[in-house]
Design a binder for this molecule. Structure first.
Ligand code: FAD
Length: 446
């Protein structure tokens, strides 16, 4: 039996960051920190932050732009990457009602057809007046939240169609709580200013981002891996059974590991499925965890500046089977061969169109904008899937998630990251959680 203090399950950014900071602490004399083993199911580390290279085009698993808020994480990236990162200013747009407008919709009504602008502004004024008169109850669901916050116009012209595509279910099934951080919430004055064309290009959480100069987002994962001892990492390996009472895990290579703590970024339902003797309450909670899977296209086009200078484009209208498409090479030109463009297209969760129909629809969309000529320009067009895409914040979400995580925590298992923690989270969140886990092992402050 192999004995380790920390068994790390999953080598995406959460697991890699945990390992990185444990290793750093070990070098500073914290012996317990250095005693870890990382187990990754795939042949390559990085999880969602891997980059596929096809015919010279680089494709991340859709857009992966790094937004950093915490000084510690900025330092982390600096320590790992030095000057190998570039800062890029956001160029995002929305395609709706036959025009391109600035993101976010609610703060950039200018340029939409005048009747749409009028309807949205009038409804936003009505909503603000209702709010000021104290007529509103706490919102019951995401649609209700949007109606109260932005009014019927913005809600029905953008929020409902876009979010229905993203979440694969009506916004009435989603709680309003998911959007606290990620949804820009302009006040009435900002909505009116945006309708007049007064642009605030800092709106939202992602006005600029950093990204590796070369090699796609995986270069960052590789930068972390370079600091980790290879003998503490097992690829193509996964746990087949976890005994939380005995604190042992049986691995697919036959090794039995005795552990003191687990840091897991394995999707929460999968992790619970591996554990023995799960209490009924936790079984029930596990069955209530809901998530979309994501189908997307990696597209390489032998043409410069497809999407002009836009890095990502929201497409809310139901007639298109995709909800967002973006260009890697418009953010960082080295991601496509010279004179060419690498793109991603994210397909709506509920889209019933076949892969071929989606591809045809994307080509048609690009042609209508003069971003594609002859079909021969399309040099790469691959459909991919992310099994766990977006955790769905339905009414069961908070209770079910908490029950699962509390149970695991009591058994010394920290289930963290986007799917381990069952959240809507960014790369920085994953890094931060790995960092926090490592600090916690030694009782060190963040
Ligand atoms: C479509 C999409 C776009 C995104 N865009 C951005 C963006 O622009 N900016 C941003 O900051 N964030 C973005 N994110 C979020 C970001 O990708 C995640 O928050 C972050 O990468 C999660 O890291 P993780 O380690 O928690 O999970 P993962 O990257 O999923 O890593 C989990 C690892 O566990 C492994 N694993 C799974 N099961 C097992 C098992 N049974 N045994 C062993 N190993 C296992 C997996 O192979 C994987 O390597 C996006 C996410 C998605 C889905």
């Amino acid at each position: 039996m192999l004995k380790v203090h920390t068994l790390i399950l999953g080598g995406g950014l959460t697991g890699l960051s945990g390992a990185y900071f444990l290793e750093q602490q070990a070098r500073q004399g914290h012996a317990k920190s250095g005693d870890w083993l990382l187990v990754e199911r795939e042949a390559r580390l990085g999880g969602l932050t891997r980059t596929e290279v096809i015919n010279g085009y680089h494709f991340d698993h859709t857009g992966h732009w790094l937004h950093l808020r915490h000084p510690q994480m900025q330092q982390f990236v600096q320590d790992v990457m030095g000057d190998a990162m570039v800062r890029v200013h956001r160029q995002s747009r929305i395609w709706s009602h036959g025009v391109l407008t600035q993101f976010p919709f609610q703060q950039n009504l200018h340029g939409l057809p005048l009747d749409v602008v009028h309807e949205c502004v009038q409804a936003a004024i009505d909503a603000a007046l209702a709010q000021a008169r104290g007529e509103l109850q706490p919102p019951t669901d995401f649609r209700d939240f949007c109606m109260q916050r932005f009014g019927r116009g913005i809600t029905e012209r953008f929020m409902v169609p876009y979010n229905t595509k993203l979440w694969g279910c009506p916004p009435e099934e989603i709680t309003p709580d998911w959007c606290a951080r990620f949804l820009p919430k302009p006040n009435l004055s900002q909505i009116v200013a945006g309708a007049l064309g007064i642009v605030d290009d800092q709106a939202g959480y992602n006005a600029s981002f950093v990204y590796p100069r070369q090699g796609g987002i995986e270069s960052f994962a590789k930068g972390i891996i370079a600091h980790l001892p290879a003998e503490k990492i097992r690829l193509n390996t996964q746990p087949v059974a976890i005994d939380l009472a005995a604190r042992t895990a049986e691995l697919s290579d036959g090794t039995v590991v005795a552990w003191q703590e687990i840091l897991s970024s394995v999707p929460l339902p999968d992790l619970l499925g591996l554990t023995k003797d799960l209490p009924d309450l936790v079984q029930t909670a596990r069955s209530e965890l809901r998530c979309t899977s994501l189908r997307y296209l990696s597209v390489g086009i032998a043409r410069e500046k497809v999407l002009d200078s836009i890095q990502w484009l929201y497409v809310p209208e139901p007639k298109y089977p995709f909800y967002r498409l973006g260009s890697f090479s418009n953010a960082v030109p080295s991601l496509a061969p010279p004179g060419k463009s690498s793109l991603y297209v994210e397909v709506a969760a509920g889209a019933t169109q076949s892969d071929d129909e989606v591809k045809a629809s994307v080509r048609q969309f690009l042609r209508e904008h003069d971003w594609l000529g002859d079909d021969a320009e399309v040099e790469v067009e691959e459909v991919r899937h992310i099994a766990y895409g977006y955790v769905v914040f339905d009414r069961n979400y908070f209770g079910a998630r908490q029950t699962c995580l509390d149970y695991l925590q009591a058994c010394k298992v920290a289930s963290l990251g986007r799917y381990g923690g069952w959240v809507y989270a960014s790369m920085e969140d994953a890094m931060w959680e790995g960092y926090g886990f490592a600090k916690n092992i030694e009782g060190l402050p963040l």
